[in-house]
Design a protein around this ligand. Sequence first.
Ligand code: R7I
Ligand code: MG
Ligand code: MG
Length: 311
Amino acid sequence: MNTRQDKILGTVFGLALGDAFGAPHEGGTIERVLWYFIGNSLGKNRWTDDTQMSINVIETLNLHGHIEQDDLAKRFASSYRWSRGYGSGAAKLLKRIKGGDDWREANRSIFPNGSFGNGGAMRAPIIGSFFANDTDKEIRDKAMQCAEITHAHDLGKEGAAIIAQTTAYAYRDLVSRDLVNALLSNDIGTEYRLKLELVAKWLDSSLSIDAKLIQEELGNGIAALDSCVTAIYIAVTHLDKDFRDLLDTCIKVKGDVDTIAAMAGGIWGARNGYRKLPNNLLDRIEKKDYLTSLSMNLSEKIHIKRNKKWK
Ligand code: R7I
Ligand code: MG
Ligand code: MG
């Protein structure tokens, strides 16, 4: 396996492991009891909407080499299953698209400004790794194009952009304060910038930052603004640690654990690669062979794109 393949598989499996092993800890008692019955029903750890939508992004990239929005909207809609734990607005929206509505209108039909949930950002690590050698502007544009199909709200799109950029920087082996500096050099919306500046301050200080403080200051909720910077902070502080430590921190931060762990896990995998992911978790994940072949294909498409052989 070459470095590119290792990093692409690392991104996809880091995301899927974060999702599948975070999901049993997501939300309140009812969600956890429900997932107790659904989550192991196949004898493997099931992933949720975070991985399903990421698979759809990979499928469209493998076919077109770019974000073909109409194709992606159709894939999101036809893959929807309630048992994957989609957000309630996303579930309604995807049913409308499946019923024939144009995503350009449907994406503002549930919430007038579009959704600010973290569903656009949870699939953005794929964009970050695929476009890792492109400019910041291109990475941000692609992440927003991918997000706006279901998350037209500025906060939903900006969350996707910063998660994609962080993944691209991790792919290029930027770490710690250098990574956060690179992020802050972009034209990032004020709400996110304030949180990222706090992250920079924490990294510069000798303060001990525990899960409770992360939860209180950066958030752990389903809104993109309450989870994207949390995932970035956890990823940046665990890039040189074991994947299981990252997962443990996500679980301690509570709330939207599957999504925070999917985003942080994808970023971690872009830096550290597939080979450093824990085998005992990889062996337990649902549809491992399918995820592997999709990812190998994605890696090949990047090779073709970088050599400008794309038709
Ligand atoms: O963002 P989305 O796809 O949900 C992703 C989350 C992840 O945690 C997954 O793991 C899964 O559990 O769900 O789903 P949306 O329904 O678009 O957004 C999530 C929630 O955010 C909505 O159900 C609303 O509660 C809230 N929300 C809004 N509330 C008011 N006004 C999102 N946008 C708005 C808004 O504009
Ligand atoms: Mg989920
Ligand atoms: Mg979630």
